[in-house]
Write a protein that binds this ligand. Structure first.
Ligand code: ATP
Ligand code: MG
Length: 403
């Protein structure tokens, strides 16, 4: 079945039957209850319900026409996109990676014999796929990000890979300081870079084995995340604890442990410094982010301190880091707001012209982010993201409001 992309609206899809060549109009509803359930192996009633509730949404922009899974439906992950170009391309949502608190015990229960340990890079999750005729980059929720789409193809030459493997999806992390979602400095990345951690199949989302993935990445000269090594299960936890300590001391996030064949879901484990960094960020905006970030980071610190069998001194350092990462940024923000400023963060991005920056701003606003273009100069844009609750609440408390 072929789809004509022009004239598409939720009520009016024009399909070509590839066998008989006759064109036939089909509504979005029919796609949802007839075609897509077959492709995804889900109950058509569930999909219909999801569409009615807005968890499955019609999505259209200059890159694609699609159905977006805003929330998971049965076994189909949130962020899954059913894209309509000359045929139907399905890009599955990137699955959640569970976290270990007690590394040794959890790994023993979860894995078999061997694990591949990769570096966990701190940026934002991107899936890149060939949606005829373009190479398109999706963020975690399934939105096509215009900035990421442009940059991905500038950073890497993806055309040969997708020419040979149009049915695979590249999953990776966009990194660096000029990264408008998650800005983090890596010496080897600098302003903007990309590292690939998975290659998955369209439709099923099934990942390639570590070996096959790295073979393909090397063959097509595409940048992989660091693979620290393959470890047997008994030796892995000690190695990982040491590794994660070192990573943390170098301002790096942590590791992802993977079954070499990728038959078992991966697990993640992160450094104390990464937890502290996230708390600093969250407590700069305590009334927007503080609460949802707080508890889980503190719990991670508790178990890590225990499992690392820390000395009194080491634990004290951790306690200090934890406390400082909560209190200092919050007091900074209170001071800032007392001087009649707003709680905001400045996102820096590269853009060839003002329109590009504005397009990204528009994309952010579509996601519900309150942001304004602060300045555009010499290929760089600064976008200010405003955290309204923090601004309003702190202002109120500074004026004597009660908690
Ligand atoms: P979740 O994946 O559990 O929803 P999250 O969105 O809060 O979590 P993180 O805590 O950063 O994200 O952990 C998972 C993310 O880590 C992945 O979605 C991916 O973007 C990123 N990541 C970085 N390096 C790797 C790697 N080597 N392997 C897999 N994922 C990695
Ligand atoms: Mg992350």
């Amino acid at each position: 079945m072929h789809i004509k992309r022009e004239n598409i609206s939720p009520d009016n899809f024009l399909f070509y039957c590839s066998k008989c060549g006759n064109s036939q109009k089909i509504s979005l509803k029919d796609l949802i209850i007839k075609e897509i359930p077959l492709l995804l192996d889900v109950d058509s009633h569930k999909l219909e319900q999801a569409y009615k509730k807005g968890n499955l949404k019609f999505y259209q922009n200059r890159f694609i026409t699609a159905l977006q899974f805003r929330k998971s439906v049965a076994k189909i992950e949130a962020g899954t996109m059913v894209c309509f170009s000359n045929e139907i391309h399905i890009i599955r949502g990137f699955p959640k990676i569970r976290r270990t608190l007690m590394l040794e015990k959890a790994m023993e229960l979860h894995f078999q014999r061997e694990v591949a340990v990769e570096e966990k890079m701190n940026g934002y999750n991107v899936r890149i796929a060939f949606i005829n005729p373009e190479i398109v980059a999706f963020t975690r929720g399934g939105y096509v990000c215009p900035y990421t789409t442009r940059k991905a193809s500038e950073i890497m030459d993806l055309s040969k890979f997708f020419y040979d493997y149009p049915d695979l999806v590249i999953c990776g992390e966009m990194l660096g300081t000029d990264n408008p979602y998650v800005s983090h400095y890596y010496p080897e990345i600098g302003k903007l870079g990309f590292r690939i951690f998975d290659i998955r199949e369209k439709v099923t989302g099934k990942p390639l084995s570590i070996k096959k993935k790295n073979y393909l990445l090397e063959k097509y000269n595409l940048p992989p995340v660091r693979l620290f090594g393959l470890y047997s299960l008994p030796e892995a936890p000690t190695k990982i604890l040491e590794l994660v300590k070192n990573l943390g001391e170098n301002g790096r996030e942590g590791v992802v442990m993977k079954d070499p064949l990728m038959k078992i879901p991966p697990l993640k484990y992160t450094s104390s410094q990464a937890h502290a960094d996230e708390l600093v960020y969250a407590f700069k905006f305590p009334f927007d982010l503080g609460k949802s970030f707080f508890f889980s980071r503190v719990v991670r610190e508790g178990f890590q301190s225990y499992e690392m069998q820390e000395s009194k001194d080491e634990m004290k350092k951790r306690a200090q880091r934890l406390g400082e990462s909560i209190l200092y940024p919050m007091v900074e923000t209170i001071k800032h707001i007392s001087a009649d400023e707003v709680a905001g963060e400045d996102l820096v991005m590269e853009a060839d012209n003002r329109e590009e920056a504005e397009e990204f701003l528009h994309h952010l606003q579509e996601l519900g982010v309150v942001a304004v273009l602060l300045k555009y100069e010499n290929g760089r844009a600064v976008i200010r993201r405003i955290h309204q609750s923090t601004t309003d609440k702190i202002k109120n408390f500074l004026n004597g409001g009660l908690y």
